[in-house]
Design a protein around this ligand. Structure first.
Ligand code: ZN
Length: 119
């Protein structure tokens, strides 16, 4: 039939199928990876919108800088003015809803120890 030998054609077509499948699969994987990276970048962009205005702890500097904060990581930044490395500790303070809080509740709060300074 068609003047072609069965086995050579069978082998060539089989190999062709394997190649096509391989390229299609890797193309699909590539597409999925690009999609994943796009989502990851989007997430990082969202993260960078959450941040805190941080005051440089150096007495001679005191520059306020907006720093993106990620709660699952250790947060640090380099002060743009004095170029010193600054660590950021994030603490919280809780009050019963019924307790009136008039002034800044963090006024005497030591974030490193997680309690008010005794003065
Ligand atoms: Zn500084």
């Amino acid at each position: 039939m068609l003047g072609l030998a069965f086995w050579p054609v069978f082998v060539i077509v089989s190999l062709l199928q394997i190649f096509i499948d391989y390229f299609f699969t890797s193309w699909k994987k590539q597409k999925a990876r690009i999609e994943l990276e796009k989502i990851e970048n989007e997430r990082l962009k969202e993260y960078s919108k959450q941040g805190i205005d941080c005051l440089c702890p150096d007495e001679n500097c005191g520059t306020v800088t907006f720093v993106p904060i990620q709660l699952n990581l250790e947060n640090r930044y380099d002060c743009p003015k004095c170029k010193k490395g600054v660590k950021i500790y994030i603490g919280c303070k809780t009050f019963l809803e019924t307790t009136p809080v008039d002034e800044n509740p963090f006024k005497d709060f030591n974030f490193v120890e997680g309690k008010d300074y005794d003065n």
